[in-house]
Design a protein around this ligand. Structure first.
Ligand SMILES: *Cc1c(COP(=O)(O)O)cnc(C)c1O
Ligand SMILES: [Zn+2]
Length: 413
């Protein structure tokens, strides 16, 4: 059995039983999973974790499920890459990249939240799963629903990248593109949720869903040799991941698993074309002003972020900051990561790399500090963003002469 006591309102602390609900009836605050840390502390240790599976389920005792996970047994435990070349380019001597662009099975960090959400949906007895998605969540919900043998109906804004659309359809789901942006889709889904008894992974299952991303933070700490980093740069959409990565470090500290005290500065990274959270941070307020997204970083284009207030709080209370980058800077950063480390990330990864560059220039991240950049998605899914960046490859006849002609030509460019 798991160690979940129930749900608890993040604001008024009122307690609720384990149910598919996400909002406090009294104060409308978000509900969070309430764990029995005392019991967890008795069973969990570095050794117990290290002897677990090479997946996020090595932290099963900290996941909000009862019993065994039902889907996604191979999700997580992605590489933490020592990024010497990128560090050199950015002026950082102690830089790491946490690479969820190769997460199994759908190549983004969303697999971490979805395998928890769908396991929970099965525990609750749902036979239908759904979500509002900017793309990666759609891929992951469709894949895990297929694995679970469940039906799924998935909502996206129209105009998403081809890889995100095909990468959802392939799993045999009902995919519906809504005319509008993510915030329109999300509003519609809340309405649909009131009429259909479905498990919406990021609506009625949201408290459990969000806690899956704590595994990303646990892995960073474990892979650093049971240490929390000095800085972590996190891409922000709805602001779930940024709050959970920090929570993960604090939980490990509380459970006595870390070598150091958590003094991690958390930096929020957004695209300038959709930056309600970093704008609030820069303006010194925790009041989020919703925006209409206009950026190539579609996976993190949420103009009215559900947990935006907590995202701002996490960055500010940790001593971090927020910064944003233009579409041109995003593309340049995607290319820089690929050319220095051989890692092809999607636009959201261009955002975190580009923002890190800015933070170094501003002196907010210092050269010798241990810094982790979050790479949360795969570049093959957002190829449109690079459409204008490269000419077509040279086409030659299959003979040496033809090759030498092209080769010397390319050298004189
Ligand atoms: C969803 C997503 C995020 C961040 O999501 P939050 O809603 O802030 O938790 C970051 N990167 C990628 C690639 C994503 O798909
Ligand atoms: Zn409340």
């Amino acid at each position: 059995m798991g160690y979940v006591k129930g749900l608890k309102c993040k604001e008024c602390k009122r307690e609720y039983p384990k149910q598919p609900i996400h909002v406090c009836e009294y104060c409308f605050g978000p509900l969070e999973v309430d764990y029995d840390y005392e019991a967890i502390g008795k069973v969990i240790s570095r050794k117990s974790i290290e002897s677990g599976p090479a997946s996020m389920w090595r932290y099963k005792d900290l996941m909000p499920i009862d019993g065994e996970p039902r889907v996604g047994l191979h999700v997580g435990f992605t590489p933490l890459v020592r990024a010497k070349n990128l560090g050199k380019a950015l002026g950082l001597n102690n830089l790491y990249v946490k690479n969820d662009s190769v997460n199994h099975p759908t190549f983004s960090f969303k697999d971490r939240v979805v395998c928890v959400a769908i396991s929970k949906a099965i525990e609750f007895g749902f036979d239908m799963v759904s979500c509002a998605s900017t793309g990666n969540l759609a891929n992951s919900v469709a894949a895990h629903a297929a694995e679970a043998g469940m039906k799924s109906c998935i909502f996206i804004p129209d105009g998403l990248e081809a890889g995100k659309i095909l990468g959802t359809m392939i799993y045999g789901t009902q995919l519906i593109a809504v005319h509008g942006n993510y915030d329109d889709v999300n509003r519609l889904c809340s309405e649909i949720a009131a009429h259909h008894d479905w498990a919406f992974v990021n609506i009625n299952i949201r408290p459990y869903y969000g806690d899956g991303s704590r595994s990303y933070g646990y892995e960073i700490a474990e892979q650093l040799g049971w240490r929390a980093p000095d800085n972590v740069v996190v891409p922000v959409a709805g602001s779930s991941l940024i709050t959970k990565v920090y929570k993960a470090f604090k939980e490990f500290e509380m459970l006595g698993l870390l070598e150091n005290k958590v003094t991690t500065k958390v930096f929020a990274a957004q695209a300038t074309g959709c930056s309600p959270v970093t704008t609030a941070i820069k303006n010194g307020t925790d009041v989020i002003k919703p925006v209409k997204p206009n950026t190539i970083a579609k996976s993190i284009a949420i103009g009215n972020p559900a947990d935006g207030y907590y995202g701002v709080k996490t960055a500010m209370n940790s001593g971090g900051w927020g910064e944003d980058v233009t579409d041109e800077e995003i593309i340049a950063a995607m290319r820089l990561l690929a050319e220095t480390e051989g890692i092809f990330t999607e636009t959201a990864g261009g955002v975190t790399v580009g923002v890190t560059r800015k933070l170094v220039e501003q002196g907010r991240i210092r050269p010798d500090e241990l810094t982790v950049i979050c790479i949360t998605g795969n570049g093959l899914k957002t190829q449109e963003a690079l459409a204008k960046s490269f000419a077509a490859p040279a086409v030659i006849e299959p003979n040496l002469h033809s090759f030498e002609e092209v080769f010397s030509n390319s050298l004189t460019v």
